[in-house]
Design a protein around this ligand. Sequence first.
Ligand SMILES: Nc1ncnc2c1ncn2[C@@H]1O[C@H](COP(=O)(O)OP(=O)(O)OP(=O)(O)O)[C@@H](O)[C@H]1O
Ligand SMILES: [Mg+2]
Length: 391
Amino acid sequence: TDSLAHLSGVARRLAAGDLQARARAGAPQEVAALATTLNEMAAQLSQTIDSLRTEQARVASILAHMADGLLMVDERDHVLQINNAAERMLGVSAGEAPGQSFTQVARNHEMTECLRQAQTSRREQTRLIEQSGAYRFVRMVATPLQAERTGNFLVMLQDLTQIRRLETIRRDFISNVSHELRTPLAALQALAETLNDGALEDLPAARRFVARMDDEVHQLTKLVDDLLDLSAMEAGQAPLALRTEDIGAIVRRAAERLQPQAERAGVALRVDEAPPIAVRADAARIEQVMLNLIHNAIKFTPPLGVITCAVVQQDGHVTLSVSDTGVGISAADLPRIFERFYKADKARSGGGTGLGLAIAKHIVELHGGQIWAESEPGKGTTIGFTLPAVQ
Ligand SMILES: Nc1ncnc2c1ncn2[C@@H]1O[C@H](COP(=O)(O)OP(=O)(O)OP(=O)(O)O)[C@@H](O)[C@H]1O
Ligand SMILES: [Mg+2]
């Protein structure tokens, strides 16, 4: 009976959750057999519980790391469970939501309404919801958990803000391209019509019109070339031909090419003296950046102004800059000038499409550098960028 008392003691400890409890083999034989069975059962139980714990931890970690928000709500609208993403999206602190009502936790009447509809119809409901305070755009899906037969609902929240932003960018992009195409096309059409309507007979006038048609075609070609260039770079299909180059030579070459234009515009174009500095760069691409920066400076600087190109080496990188004494860029426009098609000053842009700086930014970043702009309206502008120096 002593051994029996021992066995029932062990059984009680097991029942209470102490899965380490094991029975001593005792006599008589039947008791010994019982002890073995009890121990086997204990081992089995502890294994099962271990694997359940692992499984549960796995599910919990999936829920915690999911990008989508998930909540389980019972039939009385109380939140039973909520994951990190949902806490973040609804702005509740960790562990605060369980026990509160969904209405309280969501604080958004459209979300409450969506859950209500799912409950009434006992069918899945989907809704696109704007969380105005959080500037977030969310898709909510409320699903009855039929398999559970409990009246519980699963609420899923997907953050679509980024996707919507991309959608807006795409739409703006298409409307910008269409607009930029339409302007030269309309001009070409008008010029062709004028020629047809008799201007052809007037040779000097005809020559002028044809020259203007040529300009418009040039502008169309530049637009298409720039667009192809940008999309190739964005798709990673414009590999750089990196070589060790003297950066000063690239800057001087770009300045020389634009010297005649600067003279025609009545502005002085200077390149600061600098010792030879080696960089790893695609010379043609960096020249393209410099040409756009200098060309911009010429366009936006009135006669008698000065444009200065400078190269400075400092801790591990080289800084190139183009400064002008021109009209400048307002603080409101400054952060946007690197966007595709952005033109702060349409009148002076001289038929530019607003792609130049977007392309420049891509090229600089492909080189591992950074580009920025500083400006004081009425005083002038400096656009600078860095390139990693060769050590
Ligand atoms: N040096 C500058 N001074 C004043 N404004 C500038 C200067 N550089 C750029 N900007 C402003 O930034 C805008 C964008 O420049 P960006 O080079 O991208 O386009 P763009 O010169 O108008 O056209 P594109 O270069 O495609 O022919 C310009 O339209 C202008 O408003
Ligand atoms: Mg430009």
